[in-house]
Ligand binder design. Sequence first.
Ligand SMILES: [Zn+2]
Length: 560
Amino acid sequence: MAVTGRAPDDAAAASTRSPRSRDLISFALGAVLGLMLARSAPAQTPAYDLVLRNGRIVDGTGSPWHRADLAIRGDTIVHIAPSIPDRATRVIDVGGRVITPGFIDVHTHAGRGIFDVPTADNYVRQGVTTVMEGGDGSSPVPIGPFLVRLEALPKSLNMGTFVGQGSVRVAVVGEANRPPTADELEKMRALVEQSMKDGAFGLSSGLFYVPGVFTPLDELIELAKVAGRLGGHHNSHIRDEASRVVESVQEIIAIGERGGLPTQVSHHKVIGQANWGRSTETLRLIDEARARGVDVTIDQYPYTASSTGITSALLPTWSLEGGFERILQRLRDPQTRAQIKSEVVAFIRTERGGGDPKNVVVAYCHWDDSLGGKNLGEIARLRGMQPNIDNAAEVALWITERGGCRGVFHAMSEEDLERIMRHPATMIASDGEIPMGIGFPKAGVPHPRSYGTFARVLAVYVRERAILTLEDAVRKMSSLPARRLGLQDRGLLRPGMKADIAVFDPARVRDAATYDKPHQYAEGFSHVIVNGKIVFEGGAMTAARPGKVVYGPAKAAPVP
Ligand SMILES: [Zn+2]
């Protein structure tokens, strides 16, 4: 078909022109032909809305790529074949780039930023088309009103949520360190059930945080059972990712095994040099559990630094009970303060502090923008102290007294990271958020994972280090998370699936966000498509807002 002088994108439009009209010499002939043309008009309407030509299809299953065209009608993939010559409203020649399912990020805190930045540029520009809110035990409760608000929001990507065990417990028991009464347990069960029926994908827990840290295993199992009965799974920020990482993974397996539902270790990692290497043990436990029929899976981000609140990371949990005022009271009592400080020193020396004040970096403080990007040693100096571990602990207490800051903690090994990434049950998830955007003055210096996770896996762990094949990396970003969520119509390139698609150049894809300069978008993606609509193209977000709320099994396909 002649497409001379036109960009490949416009090939289909060119092919619709008919040169025959100039051959008509009589009115009668013209009328007859006009009738014929009118009759054949239905056949002339483009067969497809969008065809991607000339792609390397990585379909999400892990199968080797194959060269093909892909056709979309409405919000659905309708055809994939070596050649799709039919006319389409729009044709894009992707020139041999890789076409994959849009990536599904099962662990984000995107609920914070989606209402400010509904284009979620940081995610879309690395190929992410669906994000899940509500991890780490923290979600809106009840989730119904949140999902109603999210439905009303025009947005670029799809979003769903879990219900958080911690938030459920706060709503019923508060932040107290005590078991619930029978009545309270019943109320918590009812809240989980309601949230599942409202569309949650399962129950998340954050056993490292207040009040997850106060929640005994049996109580967790009782709530997990409710989510499981309604088709959901459990996922968890485990109790301890450092010296007790093995026992903590065992607990997540126990929740799945005794609760009778799939279970997942969120952002699996091993913190603290003394514990490095113990992923061998945690992965063995997971393999053994899977072998006896427990459906346990893992998610992970590709960085050796973590990020969370400095207070929750570095202060002992007993000192955090009862809310901010109670914490301040404890810090005012010299003896209690000394006790807390000695434990903070230990956490900096051997656990999340990475053994050195420079390994704890402030991401942002709502009460002092200037601290973003400075490490505990630098802040100690600013406060007239030597940058040693003892003074870094003082700085952590000072930060706590002022209301806390988020931090970035460099305390993991590359070896554990790669071992966990290679595990077949590991999927990729950012644990990130939607930042206020590039150029926003109060954006701080957050962990780069929000901008770079998926691109970094493709650039560093596929292309540079060959830890994963491209096909397996894509599987970990698409079909594996889709299966875990029970999303039946996303996560694969197949006719009938929703047209959530990423197109990128595997030789150029890379994460640009660094620890020092995190506010930088990933590179190498040429097109991102959500529900059949192009949301990113030519280096910019488009005006389309096709993102949908996705619903968990009890709402998407309720058992009659
Ligand atoms: Zn977490």
